[in-house]
Ligand binder design. Sequence first.
Ligand code: CAA
Length: 299
Amino acid sequence: MAASPRALFRLVVASARSRVLLLPPPARPLLGARACSTGAQFHYLAVQKTGTQQNVGLIQLNRPQALNALCEGLMEELRRALEAMENDPQVGAIVITGSQKAFAAGADIKEMQNKGFQECYSSGFLSGWDKVSTVRKPVIAAVNGYALGGGCELAMMCDIIYAGEKAQFGQPEILLGTIPGAGGTQRLTRAVGKSLAMEMVLTGDRISAAEAKEAGLVSKVFPVDKLLNAAIACAEKIASNSKLVAAMAKESVNAAFETTLAEGTRTEKRLFYATFATDDRREGMTAFVEKRKAKFTDS
Ligand code: CAA
């Protein structure tokens, strides 16, 4: 018999406290629509803090009847949830996940069906999605099932992609008479190289989790039911470091995708020097010398 949303909520909270987070059954929200730390309500997302220190922000896309198709309402909520986590000093890393069947099956085709050029252009259609790639805190995508079109693009906006064994990645927009519009042609090409990116974008063919791992699109692959806990464990590890310095490290790695090598190494140097203005750099090195664990204060 399926557990009620309230029972699921108690299970998840209790298990998060005891370090082990129970997975929801397929196509079910972790908590149902719930409040995050700001008290904001979500219809398309389940949002909570998790991890032993409650320092991981967990966002589950929760639109199972449409395989988490990324309608405008969902993306607006995602923007709000990310902003709330960005502003929450307790949160050190964020995990975005979907259901076991679908991370997200793309932008909402039914919403796009009757749009014209002028509407897309004038409203800057999809430009609000950029929020995902501009969050300063590290973001991990935990991808089970379909990550297609905008779903694949959403995963690629994150900093790390972990995949479940049955995940499938693809940019099938060509089959709809359009092309990727949320960074797919750019991020996929940088991640997997020109030949495979061209093949995926021009044929609409999907690749498996194993192929995505081999191509460098994802960093690790896990059994379906182990994926979320693995992503949360990685987020906890990141969150145990200085949040300030983690943001600098993220900014520096991202410079590799946005600038020339010379500009990127200059950016890195400036950020490296900047760490010497932080208490956490001093504490980290002092702790090493004193043979103890560092106590970072994010300052
Ligand atoms: N938009 C809107 N609704 C979607 C959707 C999408 N991207 N993907 C799935 N759905 C809906 C279906 O319409 C269906 O709803 P109804 O029950 O009301 O008919 C429901 O989700 C379940 O889908 P299926 O019955 O198709 O499920 P399936 O298991 O047979 O197939 C699938 C799964 C292969 C993922 C298939 O749903 C599919 O091909 N979806 C579209 C994938 C796609 O083309 N994505 C790219 C979108 S364009 C884009 O993302 C542009 C961009 O760059 C931002």
